[in-house]
Ligand binder design. Structure first.
Ligand SMILES: NC(=O)c1ccc[n+]([C@@H]2O[C@H](COP(=O)([O-])OP(=O)(O)OC[C@H]3O[C@@H](n4cnc5c(N)ncnc54)[C@H](OP(=O)(O)O)[C@@H]3O)[C@@H](O)[C@H]2O)c1
Length: 351
């Protein structure tokens, strides 16, 4: 039976600043065959959402679209030909778009069971940020206990996830961050390096003359060469973002209103290709959660279930910077874009 309940969702109306986010109210979506409807309890806000809103992320949809990579929620309605799933079940998913909404319809195969007794905001932080961190540590850098690593953006969403997981792996960690975040980075087991007022390459070589085993670089651009300079021979830079393209939460280039999903990845690819020509046996490997999820969906499921398990055992505890209602999605983007956020911003659509 169709229910004509209304719900709220956010749409991006054009590529640009946070003003591109608008709240709309409409009829609740109905699940099609093979789909279930999820009542969203928590939706993550991430820098990839900001980069897509600016039109420069590789996963930028065409406008108008609803942002939001990941969600945790409760199954609320089941479409035809769905079996093995019941109303009231707690689920998680990473559909890459569409999660800034009260209700979302998703194919059943995209759902992963979520812990019932965990805080949904903490559980959602595990999806994009902690899977990224976990896979980069274990599948890209293949770290071993006691290895030395440098983590850029150590106080951010992915950065704090890398620190917590790195602590479990008994890594020796160095983390670039701004001065206000130094204490948090220290508490999470790393030596903070103020990226605004010091030279991280010099700092690393002062403390570790040979250089570190791995660097996790989501900054991109020429920062990659400096990350490479901080490596020991045989070390590896994991390249996973191009945050340097943002200035004050907006795309640094003056091009307005465009959708450029390939350009920034192509530029990163060009850096990686040029690395081969440089002397010194230092590798650069790209990491992309969405491509690994498409190519190896079993890794995604396995790694998320491993992380949920660590959460339930209280071995990890995501830092939640802000919990905001859906109507404040624009403010969430302003906060994330202006910097200084420690941990993850989460929207609570049905609060
Ligand atoms: N490849 C993938 O699969 C994947 C998946 C998820 C995320 N990402 C990428 O990961 C990056 C981080 O995302 P996030 O959601 O964690 O963002 P976030 O929460 O905003 O964190 C970013 C952090 O970087 C710091 N920062 C800014 N400029 C810096 C610089 N030059 N050097 C060192 N630190 C700097 C910021 O510190 P202040 O605020 O103090 O300035 C902030 O703490 C983004 O590039 C994102 O696109 C990639």
């Amino acid at each position: 039976m169709r229910s004509f309940v209304r719900h709220t969702r956010i749409i991006v109306t054009h590529y640009g600043g946070p003003d591109a986010l608008q709240v709309i109210e409409e009829e609740c979506p109905q699940p099609r065959p093979g789909e279930v409807r999820v009542r969203v309890l928590a939706a993550g806000v991430s820098l990839p959402d900001v980069l897509a809103r600016e039109g420069i992320h590789p996963e930028t949809p065409r406008v108008p679209y609803t942002p939001g990579w990941d969600l945790v929620g409760i199954v609320d309605q089941i479409g035809e030909s769905v079996s093995g799933c019941r109303v009231g079940e707690s689920v998680a998913a990473m559909p890459i778009r569409g999660c800034y909404a009260q209700y979302v319809c998703l194919p059943q195969r995209k759902l992963i069971p979520a812990p019932v007794d965990s805080d949904p905001a903490e559980a959602v932080a595990l999806i994009l940020n902690y899977i990224t961190a976990y896979q980069m540590l274990h599948r890209s850098a293949k770290v071993k206990p006691q290895q030395r690593v440098l983590i850029h953006g150590a106080s951010g969403g992915v950065g704090t996830a890398l620190l917590q997981l790195g602590q479990l792996d008994r890594l020796e960690m160095y983390g670039t961050c701004s001065a206000q975040a130094a204490e948090v980075v220290k508490q999470l087991g790393a030596i903070p390096i103020d990226y605004r007022n010091s030279d991280f390459v010099g700092e690393i070589h002062r403390r570790v003359p040979d250089g570190v085993d791995a660097v996790f670089d989501g900054i991109g651009g020429d920062n990659l060469w400096r990350s490479r300079a901080a490596l020991r021979a045989g070390g590896r830079v994991v390249v996973y973002g191009f945050q340097a393209k943002l200035r004050g939460g907006r795309a640094a280039s003056d091009r307005r209103g465009g959708r450029h999903p390939i350009r920034e990845s192509a530029i990163l690819g060009w850096y990686i290709a040029r690395n081969w020509l440089r002397p010194g046996r230092k590798s650069m490997v790209p990491y992309s959660i969405q491509w690994l999820m498409r190519w190896k969906p079993t890794y995604f499921r396995h790694d998320l279930l491993t992380l949920f398990d660590l959460l339930q055992q209280k071995k990890i505890k995501p830092l939640i910077a802000h919990r905001l209602p859906l109507s404040q999605a624009r403010h969430a983007h302003e906060l994330l874009g202006s910097g200084g956020v420690i941990g993850k911003i989460v929207l609570i659509p049905n609060g």
